[in-house]
Design a protein around this ligand. Structure first.
Ligand code: NDP
Length: 259
């Protein structure tokens, strides 16, 4: 195969991508990256006005964009988003299941409210987004789902038990859906980002010697930049990963590979 043919498999022209949690952080960065890769974008977050900045950046990349208010804890909201997407673009090819929340708390103090809030968003929300998107993908002959997992899908982080449980569950869901939906041409994979500074993680960076301790665990000795995630997302979204399903790519500067 010629190099140019290999590169063509990354092309997302004509593909419709839905990114949940696209108003800031990782979701916003991935939406813009995939728009630059040729895709049309459907953007979701709870307040539609919060999607303005990402929508402008996607449009500046030359892509068609549809912002839709979305609360992944509500299945009616999820289904409404997929309906709007297919009405506007006629199809849905890719879901980046990114919407997520985190709150650290010692496990003895975790109450039902916190557990439900995190699990409803990160795991239940991700499942029903995959289900609704999967139905549209099945109707269109296939697609690709990219779940945004975490280091906590693989290792235990003290005081992050609800979050780690949700992200470990997300990886189990990735494998089970991959096995079930392969016959429909729907691939399901995950990306596990290491530490990326966003509004979710900002307080960690500001607390005590956290940065120093974490850098000591990261062989590359730096935190992730949002651009570090773009290549893997485009790979998993596109035909470049056509024979890959049920897998997780860690992008963590070597954290999981080392002791
Ligand atoms: P941010 O807090 O910066 O962004 C989270 C996004 O999710 C926002 O757009 C937010 O919008 C949206 N969101 C939250 N709740 C809902 C909901 N109920 N319905 C729809 N959208 C929702 O976080 P990050 O960018 O850091 O995180 C993105 C994903 O990456 C998460 O799944 C996180 O767990 C994961 N991750 C992050 C890491 C990091 O280091 N930052 C590391 C590993 C994984 P709004 O609140 O307006 O609805």
């Amino acid at each position: 195969m010629q190099a140019s043919e290999g590169m063509r498999r990354f092309d997302l022209s004509g593909r419709v991508v839905w990114v949940t949690g696209a108003s800031r952080g990782i979701g916003a960065a991935l939406a813009v990256a995939l728009a630059r890769g040729g895709a049309s974008l459907v953007l979701g977050a709870r307040r539609i006005e919060d999607l303005d900045e990402t929508a402008r950046a996607v449009a500046a990349a030359g892509a068609a964009v549809l912002p839709v208010a979305l609360d992944v804890t509500k299945t009616a909201s999820i289904e409404g988003s997929v309906r709007r997407a297919t009405e506007r673009f006629g199809r849905l090819d890719v879901l980046v299941n990114n919407a997520g929340i985190e709150e650290v708390r010692p496990s003895f103090d975790v109450d039902e409210e916190l557990w439900d809030r995190i699990l409803d968003t990160n795991l239940k929300g991700a499942f029903f987004a995959a289900q609704a998107a999967g139905r549209a993908m099945r109707a269109g002959g296939g697609g690709s789902i990219v779940n945004i997992a975490s280091l906590t899908s693989m290792v235990g982080v003290p005081t992050a038990v609800p979050y780690g449980s949700s992200k470990s569950g997300l990886l189990g869901m990735t494998r089970a859906l991959a096995a079930e939906w392969a016959p429909f041409g729907i691939r399901v994979n995950a990306i596990a980002p290491g530490y990326f500074r966003t509004s979710m993680t900002d307080t960690f960076y500001e607390s005590g010697d956290w940065q120093e301790r974490m850098l000591g665990r990261i062989p590359m000795n730096r935190f992730g930049e949002l651009d570090d995630l773009a290549g893997a997302a485009q790979f998993l979204a596109s035909d470049a990963s056509a024979y890959m399903t049920g897998q997780c790519i860690a992008i963590d500067g070597g954290f999981l590979a080392s002791i």
